[in-house]
Design a protein around this ligand. Structure first.
Ligand code: NDP
Length: 247
């Protein structure tokens, strides 16, 4: 029988913050990586290649996390094919924004942002939590946002979705702490990725005490700490990483 392999699953691991997290979990904690992507297959395969160069297993699954049945089907299939392997760490990172003033909000912008950011959390987590409880160890780390705590004009949909995930984080943490499965949220401020590339960084950075946007690697270091055994007693928390813009 093949030896058991331990995996971390990072949704939206093809780019930006998710890519940095996938690499960091492999480098720091020796996790094999299962990453999901939506449209950018080539970028996902590039990350898989980089992780394999570390002599770890890595694979990329195409999953639209907003689609419940398809997400469950893909994960259940992977688990059946990998009955000897376990997913110890789940990082719910896949996310989108579609900004605009609420008064003119199109239904599609509300629905898609809620479906990807909030339902996406549910669709992945509800499928993967049970094996963690049985194993009596697990880490669920949800990438939320400053907008989910502070609220942000022009982002009513995104703020609502991220606030929903924050509430779920706190409640689920209380349900499963006894089983040594921790649930935490990481709330970044402005981080340099594709998602923020159309923002006016020169102007916005004046509002940030650290006077710069953060990097995906800085977020990944925090996630890696939360995934490690050093963070055994941290659960139900929202940890901000934002250069001092909000506390
Ligand atoms: P990017 O736009 O750079 O990357 C988004 C990732 O999510 C990609 O891997 C993309 O896949 C994936 N994705 C998008 N939609 C879906 C979907 N329906 N199903 C599955 N995967 C999907 O974003 P960031 O790296 O900047 O953001 C990552 C997370 O961090 C998000 O949750 C975001 O809300 C949050 N965040 C980001 C901040 C920032 O300043 N950048 C600030 C606060 C929070 P593909 O490559 O295939 O398109």
């Amino acid at each position: 029988m093949a030896t058991e392999k331990k995996y971390a699953l990072v949704s939206g691991g093809s780019r930006g913050i998710g890519r940095a997290i996938a690499l960091q979990l492999a480098k720091d904690l020796n996790y094999n990586i299962l990453l999901t992507y939506f449209k950018q297959k080539e970028a996902a395969e590039e990350v898989v290649k980089e992780i394999k160069e570390l002599n770890l297993h890595a694979e990329a699954l195409q999953i639209d996390v907003s689609q419940r049945d398809a997400t469950r089907k893909a994960l259940n299939h992977w688990q059946t094919e990998n009955s000897n392997n376990t997913i110890e760490v789940l990082v719910n990172n896949a996310g989108i924004r579609n900004d605009g003033l609420f008064v003119w909000q199109k239904d599609e912008a509300w629905d898609s942002v809620l479906a990807t950011n909030l339902d996406g959390f549910y669709n992945l987590t509800q499928t993967l939590v049970e094996p963690m409880l049985k194993a009596k160890f697990g880490r669920i780390i949800n990438i939320v946002s400053l907008s989910g705590e502070k609220g942000n004009a022009g982002q009513v949909n995104y703020s609502a979705a991220k606030a929903g995930v924050i509430g779920a984080t706190k409640a689920l943490a209380q349900e499963i702490a006894k089983r040594k499965v921790t649930v935490n949220a990481v709330a970044p401020g402005f981080i340099k990725t594709d998602m923020t590339q159309n923002l006016n960084e020169k102007e916005l950075k004046k509002t940030i005490p650290a006077n710069r946007f953060g990097t995906p690697e800085e977020v990944a270091d925090l996630v890696s700490f939360l995934a490690s055994e050093k963070a055994n007693y941290i659960t139900g928390q929202v940890i901000h990483i934002n250069g001092g813009i909000y506390s």
